[in-house]
Design a protein around this ligand. Structure first.
Ligand SMILES: [Fe+2]
Length: 237
């Protein structure tokens, strides 16, 4: 089975924002999706921050950019899942992502022939209110108790190898502001299960890789940074 993955396109009209080139992400994504199609990937995952917005930009413009980028992705006809990132909740709610763009709100499990993909949403502030209601605070991400229990249960019942996907970082080796506040507890659940093959994350734009208790924690470098186009095809078999 092959999956196509990318993270943090931050697509918006801005041409340059510090080291980011958000407007280039549309073309980069076109290239990535073309390659995914060519390689016959079964599923495409975005690890979050699909869009962004310029200072002072109207909500309607952000909405239209979200529509434009998702239409591009869907035009390739490959099953697509967004693991929501903090920027995805800046101007759009989880219910809008679901109703207008057919993007489910984690947690949920995608069960395939050999693997279970477990998608989580750590876009919650310390008071456990999600960013779309509470306001986005990029360095205060938390996985609520219900999702920790969901993860534990999904791992308990799975008869297959599992891949966990979440935007913010469970890897303790990246810059600490990017790490999910209760990451230690979540990693303990993952280690204990002995069923997780891989954890894929975004958020920390420079990318990282750590192996903890035999589990690989992979942080994808951000698509929006500079002129590079980091997208990946993983052959899981
Ligand atoms: Fe990001």
């Amino acid at each position: 089975m092959k999956i196509g993955v990318f993270s943090d396109p931050h697509f918006c009209n801005a041409t340059q924002f510090d080291t980011r080139r958000p407007s280039l992400s549309y073309g980069k994504l076109q290239t990535a999706m073309t390659e995914f199609k060519k390689q016959n990937v079964d599923i495409v995952f975005c690890l979050g921050d699909l869009t962004d917005h310029e200072a002072g930009e109207e909500r309607e413009s952000v909405y239209n950019n979200f529509k434009k980028i998702t239409e591009l992705i869907y035009s390739f006809g490959i099953p697509f899942y967004l693991v929501p990132g903090n920027h995805d909740y800046l101007m759009l709610s989880a219910s809008e992502l679901q109703s207008d763009f057919n993007l489910r709100t984690p947690p949920y499990v995608i069960e395939c022939e050999k693997y279970c993909f477990i998608l989580l949403d750590a876009n919650y502030r310390s008071n456990m209110v999600r960013f779309d209601t509470a306001g986005v605070q990029w360095d205060d991400s938390n996985l609520p108790r219900e999702q920790v229990d969901f993860l534990k249960n999904a791992l308990d019942v799975s008869k297959k190898e599992c891949i966990v996907l979440v935007h913010e970082n469970l890897d303790p080796c990246v810059d600490k502001n990017h790490i999910i506040k209760n990451a230690t507890e979540v990693r303990r659940v993952i280690s204990h299960s002995k069923k997780v093959k891989l954890v894929i994350q975004g958020h920390y734009h420079w990318g990282a890789k750590s192996v903890i208790d035999g589990v690989t924690y992979l942080t994808l470098p951000a698509m929006c940074e500079g002129e590079n186009n980091p997208y990946f095809v993983f052959d899981l078999d």
